[in-house]
Design a protein around this ligand. Structure first.
Ligand code: SAM
Length: 246
């Protein structure tokens, strides 16, 4: 086939997984809707064979940010929807799927700009350490590209209906929850209090749960279920439960 020939309307393409995400987010509920928001979320991108060679990332360490292209693997079997009710609009208005970053798309492709903190290698593992991502643990990665400020950052771009929420909600801890967090931090070195504060502070509740004051919820972070409720205008972290490995 020449480059002039069209592939036809029903062309499909095969993609190869090049890496896998390791992150503190063990379920969708609680993950920020875009990267850059929860800075305490530790995330790594491990390149998989045959892409785990230093050659493939030579020169990448000079970029502070990268585009991570990935598959919305957890929702891909649910298919797609032509219109979506974006959480930004309180779930009241419908927008076209291509006007949103919804996970339910004709092709389940996601893209996130994330900070590249460092690249480490050893024992056959090549790992990119990322800042503030919005990615579920075990997300398959299909491509990585450097973020190019001169081309990708557009100072006067319009953001449509999607504006960054400016106010973070207040998050409080019961004594029991705070003690559990501090013990966990001591044992693992993870910044759990900050992580919970940022995850709940960006209000992870979908629109239909916003009215349910006092109802208990659970958010899975690392190997923990964080039990919390929204009451009197703030989030209260009640306790931590250990998740059992399945
Ligand atoms: N920044 C990406 C983009 O614009 O394509 C993702 C935006 S999407 C609105 C972000 C949400 O995707 C997260 O809040 C989380 O609920 C969901 N998510 C993250 N990783 C996922 C995965 N592997 N499968 C399905 N959903 C995922």
């Amino acid at each position: 086939m020449t480059s002039q020939q069209s592939l036809g309307q029903d062309a499909s393409f095969q993609l190869q997984q090049i890496g896998i995400i390791h992150s503190c987010y063990r379920q969708k509920f609680g993950i920020p809707r875009q990267p850059g928001i929860v800075t305490a979320a530790e995330t790594t991108l491990e390149l998989l064979a045959p892409f785990n060679q230093e050659n493939l990332v030579r020169g990448l360490e000079g970029f502070s940010h990268i585009w991570v292209h990935f598959i919305f693997h957890q929702t891909m079997d649910e298919g797609w929807r032509p219109t979506i009710r974006p959480p930004r609009l309180g779930g009241r208005q419908r927008m076209g799927v291509f006007a949103t970053r919804s996970t339910h798309r004709p092709n389940p492709l996601g893209m996130s700009v994330v900070e590249l903190q460092k690249i480490t290698s050893g024992n056959g593992r090549l790992v990119l350490h990322l800042g503030a991502a919005d990615l579920l643990d075990a997300t398959p990665v299909i491509d990585i590209k450097p973020y190019l400020p001169y081309a990708d950052a557009i100072a006067d771009a319009k953001g449509g209906f999607a504006v960054l929420p400016t106010q973070m909600a207040e998050v409080k801890f019961t004594d029991q929850a705070m003690n559990q967090c501090l013990r966990y931090e001591q044992r693992t070195g993870r910044k759990l209090v900050q992580l919970i504060d940022q995850v709940l502070g960006q209000d992870p509740r979908p629109a239909y749960l916003r009215e349910s004051s006092g109802r208990r919820h659970g958010t899975a972070l690392w190997d923990l279920n964080v039990v919390w409720e929204h009451t009197d205008g703030y989030f209260l972290v009640r306790e931590l439960e250990y998740l059992t490995a399945n």
